[in-house]
Design a protein around this ligand. Structure first.
Ligand code: ADP
Length: 447
């Protein structure tokens, strides 16, 4: 097992990883920017190293400084959290070259899944169902028209190097296609320095369903069920659930089994998430994330398994603590992402939290790095905490969630709590009846 882990992240996820390390008796080092000297993860870690000024590229994305911090403190492994360097293959390679363990998959696996065309090709080869579309990059209008005619309109043009929902264009007819292709190519070139694009069938009313997988790096793969993250705004997840209200047990074990086998065949190591769009009983692969997800606690709530413990075990060579048959799904869990944002306009609302009170009681978990008197710096994302609620079934979970949202107090800044208080009382949400466009439509109605 590792002696000392360096946590290359900030906010709630830095604290989340720190908790797992403490439970496992592993020493912790955190790195932080000058804007985060007062952060909770800095207070609670065994050691901390200031690695630079507030902008992420000079601190949390600064590979040289992070490697230097490992060497100064003698850390033997790095947990990257999510975001920042968590899906940076070069970072994984550099750590390996310094004999420091990256708690995540190999640089090669990160690279494959970071290129969407390559990822889709790999998924298909591994027997994962994909969205019908072009085999690879589209070179000209003629090819685009041929593929689109084959799969049928509407189609979506996506950037191979895409991420964060950028570089996507929908074409409803052949007349739209030329313009959509040109715009997508130039946007992709400008945003990612790579203008390769591909085409796939545009699904009109899908749900976003993702499968949590783990590989032990030695040919074993398991799945931890799915999460439903259909409630999104601008392709950003807002509310996540496990299990999905849309799947039955048979579908769960079918898609889970396909994913676990794929992970085993790939020789993948660590945590991963295979994301699908789901429509009319069919799953369509869109991408794989090679890291821990923000929404991992809903899976932990229904399985009772600490996924960060598992990540650390696998990276240290101790293997997974569970076999597929040990993983059981109990009850229902929902996560709400509490952001420091105006609940109507979603403009960021940094500033000082004058009072912070979190709900408690049975089935409630709050993952947050903030506290009363904490000043939110304006440089990073606006997530200030996650409320995760568990119940024996979805109805009980919703009752408890409504109560917990009432109890949550954050004074001094605006937060998205009022949005969740509205959502929890909405009949569609109560029935689990929503797709990936539901939230945008709901918010547009309100304007
Ligand atoms: P990114 O990596 O930029 O987030 P994804 O491929 O994960 O891109 O897609 C992001 C979102 O875009 C999906 O959650 C879905 O809302 C929408 N989307 C992607 N592909 C399709 C498709 N074929 N049909 C309909 N919507 C899609």
């Amino acid at each position: 097992m590792f002696q000392k882990i360096l946590i290359a992240n900030r906010g709630e996820i830095a604290l989340r990883v720190l908790r797992a390390c403490k439970e496992l008796g592993i020493q912790t080092v955190v790195v932080h920017s000058t804007a985060d000297s007062d952060a909770m993860h800095v207070r609670l870690a065994d050691e901390s190293v200031c690695i630079g000024p507030p902008p992420s590229r000079e601190s949390y994305l600064n590979i040289h400084q992070i490697v230097a911090a490992c060497e100064i403190t003698g850390a033997d492994a790095v947990h990257p959290g999510y975001g920042f360097l968590s899906e940076n293959a070069k970072f994984a390679d550099i750590l390996a070259a310094h004999n420091i363990t990256f708690i995540g998959p190999s640089g090669d696996h990160i690279r494959i899944m970071g290129d969407k065309i390559e990822a889709k090709r790999t998924a298909k080869r591994l027997g994962i169902p994909v969205v019908p579309g072009s085999d690879g990059a589209i070179s000209d209008d003629k090819e685009a028209k041929r593929v689109a005619a084959e799969i049928g309109y509407p189609v979506i043009i996506k950037a191979s190097a895409g991420g964060g929902g950028r570089g996507m264009k929908v074409a409803h007819t052949e007349a739209d296609l030329e313009v959509a292709l040109q715009t997508a190519k130039s946007e992709a070139g400008a945003a990612f320095g790579d203008d390769a694009v591909y085409i796939e069938k545009y699904l009109e009313k899908p749900r976003h369903i993702e499968v949590q997988v783990f590989g032990d790096g030695a040919g074993r793969g398991v799945h931890f069920g799915e999460r439903d993250c259909s409630l999104q705004r601008r392709h950003q997840k807002v509310w996540e659930e496990a299990n999905s209200p849309a799947l039955n047990t048979e579908e769960r074990s079918r898609i889970g089994g396909i994913c676990a086998k794929a992970i085993a065949d790939l020789g993948y190591s660590g945590a991963g998430t295979i994301e699908f769009l789901y429509e009319n009983g069919e799953f369509y692969f869109i991408e794989m994330n090679t890291r821990l997800q923000v929404e991992h606690p809903v899976t932990e709530a229904i399985t009772g398994i600490d996924l960060v413990h598992e990540q650390i075990r696998v990276a240290s060579g101790a293997g997974l603590s569970v076999r597929q048959e040990d993983i059981k799904f109990n009850g229902h869990a929902i996560e709400c992402r509490i952001n420091a944002e105006d609940p109507r306009t979603f403009t960021p609302s940094p500033g000082t939290i004058t009072h912070f009170h979190t709900p408690g009681g049975l089935g409630i978990r709050v993952d947050s790095g903030v506290y009363s008197g904490y000043k939110i710096p304006p440089y990073y994302d606006s997530l200030i905490g996650k409320l995760i609620v568990h119940g024996r079934n979805r109805v009980e979970c919703m009752m408890r969630l409504r109560r917990a949202l009432d109890e949550f107090v954050v004074d001094g800044i605006k937060t998205t709590l009022p949005l969740f208080r509205d959502l929890v009382g909405n009949p569609d949400i109560a029935n689990g009846d929503y797709d990936i466009h539901w939230l945008e439509k709901y918010l547009a109605k309100d304007e």
